[in-house]
Design a protein around this ligand. Structure first.
Ligand code: ZN
Length: 121
């Protein structure tokens, strides 16, 4: 039987490239949330400012493209440790796990681990 390492042991040896890649995934996640959160206010402002439906449709189109591009970038983000898709557990791109906190393949955490001093373990 193969014994699994604890998450603290797995994340102990974090390289600078892995840290940068985790930051990039978090940044892409914030872009997706930003596009989704500002869709409603942007449509409201467009409806109030311009009294034509073409402007409203243009804003909706731009925001839809922004959400789709951000979701696509996040969906195809690679794990810096194992090189597989970060938000997939079976290797196929998935939109259902875009906000998972761990890699679906190797279990690497997206957020940095807390520092645990050896004397406290
Ligand atoms: Zn991984």
């Amino acid at each position: 039987m193969r014994r699994r390492k604890s998450p603290a042991l797995r994340d102990r040896a974090m390289t600078a490239e892995e840290t940068a890649a985790r930051g990039r995934i978090r940044r892409e996640r914030r872009w997706l949330l930003g596009w989704a959160a500002t869709l409603g206010p942007a449509l409201w402002v467009a409806a109030r400012a311009a009294d034509c439906e073409i402007a409203l449709a243009g804003v909706a189109l731009v925001w839809t493209i922004g959400i789709a591009l951000a979701a696509g970038r996040l969906m195809f983000a690679r794990c810096p440790r194992c090189g597989q898709l970060f938000h997939s557990s079976n290797g196929a791109p998935s939109v259902t796990k875009l906000f998972a906190s761990r890699c679906g393949q190797c279990g690497m955490r997206l957020k940095p681990e807390r520092v645990i001093y050896p004397s406290l373990e």
